[in-house]
Design a protein around this ligand. Structure first.
Ligand code: NPG
Length: 368
């Protein structure tokens, strides 16, 4: 496929309520949305990088720079491009996986739209509806947390994930178990907030029958996770540490995790995400789809990925209204505890012109 140009849009969307994790509080989501223009039609990519480099080293201003200065000019210099060529072509630029993922997503969308094939079909989805989990931020008090969890359960979410950090771990988990019972699928996410020295504290979560504990230790501490796995009963799931199919294979071989969270942006795109799915499936390691407060664009692609056979645990694929009063696309709505997998060409959803205008703070065209 030939590419005419790329448009980079900086988008700012208010969140329905502040979202607090062990690395910060978000009240608004700032992100980049990329549109690729081709003679066969446009395609959309969403970049999951945040405003500040707190979850990963990538951040919006840095992504904007690397896109304009290196990645986009390189792709524009090619006679023709297709989604599987993007990652190998851009491999010489170290890192910047979220930036690369957004470009691959846009090109994949344009390509699939022109071929009349959906993301789900192209990735190998086997279901048309995926169960939704919801991620619940750190709160100021246990009663406030219980109210939030109660409303998500009432809405129909089938799995609850509690964000934890030192000082907010065993008590909230115990309170949720006491109030909502042992049947609720419950897991926790530490976003690297602990060290191996905290093993005795983390072992106190063992009696609560959690599905998993996500990324308790530093992202580079893969061996530490293997050691921790020997000291606690709750299964360890890695998120930040898994940046490629290779790192997933390494972590599994070292015994650092028994479950993997796959976020396409973190690993450089949907095609690498599928390779991680394949590696994990080959090792009987369950995977689930992570979320990074995506708009309807990224959500559509995540839902398609979550429909692959190895995604045996509910993902952070909540409805649009979990984070946004109005979405960039028609909203994803919770039905039967999950979301329908879009089946139209490409992402199967389009940004609504008015919304895009409303939330865009800057738009730039990068041409050949
Ligand atoms: O449902 O989109 C969602 C959010 C799920 O908790 C969630 N994401 O650490 O997994 C995470 C966390 C996150 C959000 C990470 C934003 C980075 C940015």
């Amino acid at each position: 496929m030939k590419i005419d140009s790329f448009e980079i849009r900086r988008v700012q969307m208010p969140l329905v309520s502040p979202f607090r994790t062990s690395f910060g509080i978000e009240t608004e989501r700032e992100m980049l949305v990329v549109r690729v223009r081709t003679p066969d039609g446009d395609g959309w990519g969403e970049c999951v990088g945040m405003s500040d480099p707190l979850y990963s080293s990538e951040y919006v201003d840095g992504i904007d720079d690397v896109l304009k200065r290196f990645l986009i000019p390189d792709l524009l210099s090619m006679d023709a491009v297709s989604a599987p060529l993007v990652a190998p072509r851009l491999a010489k630029y170290k890192g910047h996986r979220m930036a690369k993922a957004a470009l691959e997503m846009a090109i994949m969308d344009a390509e699939l739209r022109s071929q009349g094939i959906s993301f789900a079909q192209s990735l190998g989805a086997v279901v048309d509806h995926v169960p939704s989990g919801v991620s619940v931020g750190i709160m100021d008090s246990i009663p406030e947390l219980l109210d939030a969890v109660g409303s998500y359960i009432d809405e129909g979410y089938v799995r609850i994930k509690l964000k934890i950090e030192p000082g907010w771990d065993v008590d909230p988990v115990r309170a949720v178990r006491e109030r909502f019972g042992d049947e609720v699928m419950l897991q926790v996410d530490a976003n690297t907030a602990y060290t191996l020295g905290d093993a005795p504290q983390l072992a106190k979560l063992d009696p609560f029958g959690l599905l998993l504990i996500e990324q308790p230790l530093d992202e580079e501490d893969v061996l530490g996770h293997a050691d921790l796995a020997a000291r606690i009963k709750t299964p360890i799931c890695l998120d930040e540490s898994i940046v490629s199919a290779r790192s997933a294979a390494d972590a599994i071989r070292l015994g650092a995790c028994s479950i993997v969270n796959i976020k396409p942006g973190r690993v450089g795109g949907y095609l690498e995400a599928r390779r991680i799915h394949d590696v994990c499936a080959a090792h009987n390691v369950p995977v689930w789809c992570g979320g990074m407060l995506e708009t309807g664009l990224g959500r559509a692609a995540n839902v398609a990925l979550a429909a692959l056979p190895g995604f045996t645990l509910p993902g952070d694929v909540s409805a649009s209204d979990r984070f946004y009063q109005v979405d960039l696309t028609e909203p994803f709505v919770l039905e039967g505890g999950g979301l329908h997998v879009p089946d139209g060409p490409g992402l199967g959803v389009d940004p609504l012109e008015e919304r895009l205008k409303e939330f865009t703070v800057r738009a730039e065209e990068v041409q050949r």
